[in-house]
Design a protein around this ligand. Structure first.
Ligand code: HSE
Length: 325
């Protein structure tokens, strides 16, 4: 059987999940594609960290060039997080003729144009389904099944950490600080939770959604963004008295031909479908001119849900590439 040679940049939560899926579900992937996914090298920056999976140490390297510059590698999967060196590694890999898959919302939102242009100039695929809403296949739907639509509005609960915190504050009357600690312990939060609680992570994801749905790139720092760090128990109670629930919403909509966008806590009527999205779950509520209203719901974080989206991109590339090995 032919094989696709895959290099993983990063072996944290998402890297571990991706490795596990490509290993545990290898047989079904081979049956569906006729190609074997073969992980040939893994960049692991912190050897002492506890891992989701154990691997043959011969696969591990601390030198990114062992992946980016290896002529045998077909697909580079970037799961490092952070803007740099992730962006530079992805650009180098594309210039070396490798397809790139990424889960890294911060790097993609910051450098969307150069990454997509460089992929195009070098005739390689650049897929990033896992960067927005983890396991939910929202980007592939926007660029695939929904591509005949003019999109009118996208509203999303795009950050699991803040949704978890708001849910616990609403349902259990807990204080913001106590729930944040709990979310960090559960592993939803970013290494620095400021990006979660101040809405920056959601703004990165909204920037990527807008680039694909509205063909308009808006840098994340240009999106008016308010997080949840100043929401108090009394704000939550006041909203409840009015029959509303507070959710952190990333929203982009076209009004009189103009694209408007923001990330902010919003009071939604309890009957709104997004109010039923609780804990670390994410959801994206889309209105298209032809399809009408749709809601995508699922896990927006975690090794296996996010790894599922990464692997979907890898398999799509495998199906389309000419593998001559
Ligand atoms: N910190 C992010 C969240 C992880 O809480 O949603 C997934 O992007």
């Amino acid at each position: 059987m032919k094989s696709a040679k895959i290099g993983l940049l990063g072996f944290g939560n998402v890297g571990g999940g991706t490795y596990k899926i490509l290993t545990d579900n290898k047989a079904i992937i081979e049956a569906r594609t006729g190609i074997s996914p073969e992980i040939v090298k893994i960049l692991q920056r912190n050897r002492n960290k506890k891992r989701l999976v154990s691997v043959d140490p011969v696969l591990l390297t601390e030198d990114p060039d062992d992946i980016i510059k290896d002529p045998d590698v077909d697909i580079v999967v970037e799961m490092l997080g952070g803007i740099e060196p992730a962006t530079s590694f992805m650009l180098q890999a594309m210039k070396a003729g490798k397809h790139v898959v990424s889960a890294n919302k911060a790097a993609i939102a910051a450098n969307y144009k150069i990454l997509t242009d460089t992929a195009q100039e070098n005739g390689v695929k650049f897929l990033f389904e896992a960067s927005v809403a983890g396991g939910i296949p929202v980007l592939t739907s926007i660029t695939g099944a929904l591509q005949s639509n003019n999109f009118i509005e996208i509203m999303g609960i795009l950050n699991g950490t803040t949704n978890y915190i708001l849910t616990k504050m609403t349902e259990e009357g807990l204080a913001y600080k106590d729930v944040l600690r709990d979310a960090q312990e559960k592993g939803f939060a970013e290494a620095d939770p400021t990006a979660d609680v101040e809405g920056i992570d959601a703004a990165n994801k909204l920037s990527i959604l807008m680039a694909l749905a509205f063909d308009t790139y808006v840098a994340p720092e240009a999106i008016p963004t308010t997080g949840i760090s100043s929401i108090t128990e009394s704000d939550i109670c006041r909203a409840a008295e009015d029959g509303k629930i507070i959710k952190l919403i990333g929203k982009a909509s076209v009004r009189s031909g103009k694209l408007e966008y923001s990330v902010q806590p919003m009071m939604l009527d309890k009957a709104h479908p997004l109010c039923g999205v609780n804990n670390e779950f994410n959801a994206v509520y889309i209105t298209g001119d032809m399809v009408g209203e749709l809601m995508f719901y699922g896990k927006g974080a975690g090794p296996l849900p996010t790894g599922s989206a990464v692997c979907g991109d890898i398999i799509n590339i495998m199906k389309n590439m000419e593998v001559e090995k």
